[in-house]
Design a binder for this molecule. Structure first.
Ligand code: C2E
Ligand code: MG
Ligand code: MG
Ligand code: MG
Length: 273
């Protein structure tokens, strides 16, 4: 198709593509430095029991602490980290830091694992190595994976997850309902939790289709005896509806934004007092 375009038109696209490529290369170079300097920091978002409101755990979400103040979020930097082979180092460093920062809280922590990491035959050993060195109980760690991880390489994903689960690590299926959802995925692995993608949750009060999908997901999870976590809860009304529909847990700005360990600790001691 490009050949059909006139010479002038074709050239007009090039500067933009070049700029895009240069921008990515620049971010990649900055990321390598940032990983070394530990400029990627774990933030934690509370996960609550929807009935009691009690915090039942935290999800670790990576943040890039940049000296220039520019906000570059995980939606942008995680895919780059995956492509340039940085994701493993990045994630294991975040985990090590999280083990140290949250150990005294004695609450479950969930961490996101990229599909590419599950292809690595040494992944489970590396992860368990961090837990052992940091004396962090495996039963307090949940790994969150998306269905894409099962499509990339189901065999190695299954092996990695099996050895992690043997040590007590829990497993959550993230962003359920987006991606290449297949009921088969729910059978392939022994999930402990199912997370409903926030795109359905944020729109469920005005979009009947989104609400129907949520009803269907909760019904399915109930049949399979899988506890459901809804992400992206921003209003009291949505939280109440979800609880009424049988959704056990939730997270979202209503309960708390992702925060640094120091901020979480301040909050925890304020509520304990
Ligand atoms: P996710 O794992 O599905 O995480 C939930 C996302 O929803 C987070 O975005 C969180 O900040 C956001 N969120 C939570 N509650 C609300 C709400 O009430 N309203 C709205 N609008 N958003 C809410 P975040 O932190 O930007 O992360 C985006 C995605 O990047 C994550 O989606 C996850 O897939 C990925 N990610 C983040 N940290 C890591 C990491 O350390 N490793 C890997 N592999 N992926 C990560
Ligand atoms: Mg997640
Ligand atoms: Mg999610
Ligand atoms: Mg998501």
């Amino acid at each position: 198709k490009a050949k059909q375009l006139g010479r002038g038109q074709h050239c007009a696209f090039e500067p933009m593509l070049d700029a895009e490529i240069r921008r990515r290369a620049e971010i990649e170079r900055e990321m390598r430095e940032a990983v070394e300097r530990d400029a990627f920091v774990p933030y934690y978002q509370p996960i609550v029991d929807l009935r009691s409101g009690a915090v039942v755990g935290y999800e670790l979400l990576a943040r890039w602490d940049r000296s220039d103040g520019a906000a570059i979020g995980p939606e942008l930097f995680i895919p780059i980290a995956e492509e340039c082979g940085l994701i493993d180092t990045l994630m294991l460093r975040l985990l090590r830091r999280a083990c140290r920062e949250t150990r005294d809280w004695e609450v479950p922590i969930a961490i996101n694992v990229s599909p590419t990491q599950l292809k690595d035959p040494w992944f489970s050993q590396k992860l368990l190595g961090v837990l052992i060195r940091e004396h962090f109980p495996a039963r307090l760690l949940t790994i969150e994976i998306t269905e894409n991880a099962l499509i990339v390489d189901a065999q190695s994903a299954q092996e990695a997850i099996e050895s992690l689960r043997n040590q007590g690590v829990q497993l959550a299926l993230d962003d359920f309902g987006t991606g290449y959802s297949s009921l088969q995925h729910l059978q392939m692995l022994p999930f402990d939790r199912l997370k409903i993608d926030r795109s359905f949750v944020t729109s469920m009060d005005r979009d009947p289709q989104a609400l129907k999908l949520i009803l269907a997901i909760i019904a399915l999870a109930t049949t399979l005896e899988l506890p459901v976590v809804a992400e992206g809860i921003e209003s009291r009304a949505i939280a109440e509806t979800l609880a009424r529909l049988g959704c056990a847990m939730g997270q979202g700005y209503l309960y708390g934004h992702p925060m640094s360990a120091a901020d979480i600790e301040a909050m925890r001691s304020a509520t304990a007092a």
